[in-house]
Design a binder for this molecule. Structure first.
Ligand SMILES: *Cc1c(COP(=O)(O)O)cnc(C)c1O
Length: 505
């Protein structure tokens, strides 16, 4: 991409391939390279098989598995399908009940839905509001006929981590197959599958600076008899996933795992520091909500909802930034994120959310750029909406800063009332260093209300947040000789000032 390319903060969607990985892959393609079919008995086949053997060991080493427990697939979607369909069918004689979490990736939910159409029943558990599934909730939902539970480690939208150790242990005690989608965790968090009560674990290369189109399923040796293949052919991968192995993809995946493994002692802390920096920059915006707050989380993902802004306007004003919007994961349906909805966010807040995710090539300057761009856009939208339409209603007087104007310092707006009720007031404050620098207003209402608003607005400059509201409506009525029956209108004025104060961090 050129210099004007947007800053890329969407590593949870995919990552750039590390140049070292790209070089490794190139060595497996052309006539001079190891292009052979790993199943062939000649030297070309042996060279490809050696590369694949090395990659299998590299992948296994990253996650604490034995090489024979790694089955290569085309990515986490296929790994999830193989694990879920394969385990459900292999264990159907023992029971036909399956369990998972509503916040799983679609590559888990969709195979579950498919199984429901063919005689299985599924339970979709709801996590707590912070995104975490309490082990007691799982324990209560397990049934004598439950044969499979699938629960991810790091969530791809929020980064929230599940307690795989406790959840898996509940399944192991009962002889239930436990699968975990670890596409977002591998290479970003220490992961030791032998030390965890997991049977099947999905991985993908393109979330850890490897190529798209290759991944793996960890199949614990003890779980192998409880997993059937879902495709059939030449017997590769112990018959679990037949087909000619893509040497270049697998070699790239292997090296990507080795590189991630080498950085595992330093990179998570670096990413966590970037995450903290990003959140500190955004948290001072009023009405900014961290999704999954208080839960353990992956270091490279931050998901924030911004109240009072329209989701589409939010993302459309951020051309300089490549991030995911709350609605984007579901863009074909236009539905706000089901993951955030499951955390109890209303659909408006779910829509006006942004997922920032970063990785190996993200720098502090990228995060700082994101903070500036998002702050500017959120404040700009809030200063516009919904004043723009109401401001053009006949009878509105006053002067707001036009939204196109470049916002110097922080602009805080608050409003109350509505044209329908005959009174509508909006104050806009330019604030800085804890004080109001300048104030403007728009008002629709009776002459007394207009007079009081203009008089109050002139008193706002120099005030601190705490002292923003100059006295009470009763004081104002007294000072401006407003008839007592109009006190209700002054309460609307007070509400508008309070709304400003609430939005002023
Ligand atoms: C990216 C992702 C997937 C899909 O992986 P592919 O390799 O693209 O099929 C599945 N699950 C999670 C949690 C992911 O983040």
């Amino acid at each position: 991409m050129n210099d004007a390319a947007p800053v890329y903060l969407d590593y949870a969607a995919t990552t750039p391939v590390d140049p070292r990985v790209a070089r490794e892959m190139q060595q497996c393609l052309t006539a001079e390279g190891d292009f052979g079919n790993a199943s062939s008995a000649h030297a070309y086949g042996a060279a490809a098989a050696a590369r694949i053997g090395r990659a299998r060991a590299q992948v296994a080493a990253l996650v604490g598995a034995d090489a024979q427990e790694i089955t290569f697939t085309s990515g986490a979607t296929e790994s999830n399908n193989l694990a879920i369909l394969g385990a459900a069918h292999a264990n159907a004689h023992r029971g036909r009940h399956l369990l998972t979490l509503r916040t799983e990736h679609k590559a888990v939910l969709d195979p579950y839905r498919h199984l429901e159409k063919s005689g299985f029943t599924a339970t979709y558990l709801t996590p707590a509001r912070n995104g975490v599934l309490e082990p007691a909730v799982l324990a209560a939902a397990l049934r004598p006929d439950t044969v499979l539970v699938s629960i991810m480690y790091a969530n791809n939208e929020t980064g929230v981590l599940q307690d795989i150790r406790a959840l898996g242990a509940l399944c192991r005690e009962r002889g239930i197959v436990f699968h975990s989608d670890c596409a977002q965790a591998a290479g970003k968090l220490a992961l030791d599958v032998h030390a965890l009560p997991v049977d099947l674990v999905s991985f993908t290369a393109h979330k850890l600076c490897g190529p798209k189109g290759v991944g793996a399923l960890y199949v614990a040796r003890s779980a192998r008899p409880r997993l059937w293949p879902v495709s059939f052919g030449g017997g590769q991968e112990q018959g679990l996933r037949p087909g000619t192995l893509p040497t270049h993809q697998i070699a790239g995946f292997g090296l990507a795992c080795e590189l991630a493994h080498r950085e595992l002692s330093t990179e998570p802390a670096r990413l966590e520091a970037l995450r903290v920096r990003l959140w500190e920059g955004l948290a001072t915006l009023p009405d900014a909500h961290l999704n999954g707050a208080g839960a353990p989380h992956a270091p490279g993902i931050l998901n924030v909802s911004f109240g009072g802004v329209d989701g589409e306007s939010l993302i459309s004003g951020l051309e300089g930034l490549a991030v995911s919007a709350g609605a984007a994961c579901n863009s074909e349906t236009g539905e706000p994120s089901y993951v955030l909805r499951a955390l109890g966010r209303d659909s408006r807040l779910a829509e006006s959310s942004l997922r920032f995710s970063f990785g190996r090539f993200t720098r502090e300057s990228d995060v700082d750029f994101a903070v500036r761009a998002v702050r500017r856009q959120v404040l700009r939208l809030r200063s516009m909406s919904p004043a723009a339409p109401i401001a053009s209603v006949p009878g509105v007087v006053g002067a707001a800063w036009p939204p196109e104007e470049e916002i110097a310092g922080e602009l805080v707006a608050g409003e109350a009332g509505s044209p329908a009720e005959g009174t509508w007031v909006r104050f806009q404050l330019r604030v800085g260093a804890g004080k109001v620098k300048d104030a403007r207003f728009l008002v629709l209402g009776c002459p007394h209300t207009m007079d009081t608003v203009a008089w109050l607005c002139a008193q706002l400059p120099g005030r601190s947040r705490e002292a923003l509201v100059p006295g009470s409506p009763a004081d104002w009525a007294e000072a401006r000789a407003v008839p007592v029956e109009k006190l209700g209108r002054l309460l609307v004025v007070e509400d508008a000032l309070r709304a400003c104060r609430a939005r002023w961090a």
